[in-house]
Write a protein that binds this ligand. Structure first.
Ligand code: HEC
Ligand code: HEC
Length: 145
């Protein structure tokens, strides 16, 4: 009895597999990338770093980064931006020194090392690119009048 159930099950297996296959064939799977898996799709335009300096959009804007940052690691142990921009290195690396605001703690005390609140540089600074806004934006800067 037991044995016949097992053989019956095995005999049914191809039927189950075949109907699964037929279902998979008929189901309309929408891909997120908008093409079949084996179909190459051209990338959207890559927004390269703009050379020179772009104008700030408002007075207090963190300056945009005028160089590539691809190789510069920032994590809890290391911050390679500081190897050029920290006050102790900037002279010899010929890079702009971090302004004093980067060395103030929450209470406004002056520190010798970059403040924790300014450690993750790309929270505020991004490489400059002439990219269209991701969402519509009607921001107008104050003119200072
Ligand atoms: C190898 C040295 C070096 C490293 C590392 C480096 N920078 Fe720079 N950075 C420079 C130099 C040199 C300039 C000035 C370039 C110029 O004037 O065109 C500069 C300019 C900048 C500016 C513009 C400052 C201003 O006043 O407009 C920002 C912001 C900046 N870097 C942020 C960063 C950040 C963030 C990192 C890490 C992800 C980083 N940099 C890593 C050398 C470096
Ligand atoms: C919380 C936002 C914030 C973070 C984080 C931050 N910055 Fe800035 N940074 C600014 C702003 C705003 C300015 C312009 C006003 C000023 O100097 O305070 C600036 C200015 C600068 C300048 C130009 C200084 C000058 O005198 O022209 C450099 C270079 C710079 N930042 C590099 C860095 C680097 C490197 C890091 C990471 C170690 C960093 N910043 C982290 C907001 C930030």
């Amino acid at each position: 009895m037991k044995r016949s159930i097992v053989t019956g099950g095995i005999a049914l297996l191809p039927v189950v597999l075949l109907s699964g296959w037929a279902f998979a064939q008929s189901a309309q799977v929408e891909t997120l990338r908008g093409a079949d898996v084996d179909e190459p799709i051209p990338l959207d335009q890559i927004h390269k770093n703009v050379e020179g300096r772009m104008q700030r959009n408002y007075r207090q804007q963190p300056p945009l980064i005028p160089h590539s940052i691809e190789q510069y690691q920032i994590d809890v142990r290391t911050n390679q931006c500081l190897s050029c921009h920290d006050w102790s290195k900037a002279g010899e690396r010929n890079a702009p020194t971090l302004s004093m605001t980067h060395y103030l703690d929450r209470e406004g005390r002056e520190l010798d090392r970059v403040a924790g609140t300014r450690y993750f540089c790309n929270q505020c600074h991004v490489p400059q690119a002439d990219a269209p806004p991701l969402v519509e934006n009607v921001f107008q800067p104050s003119t200072g009048n």
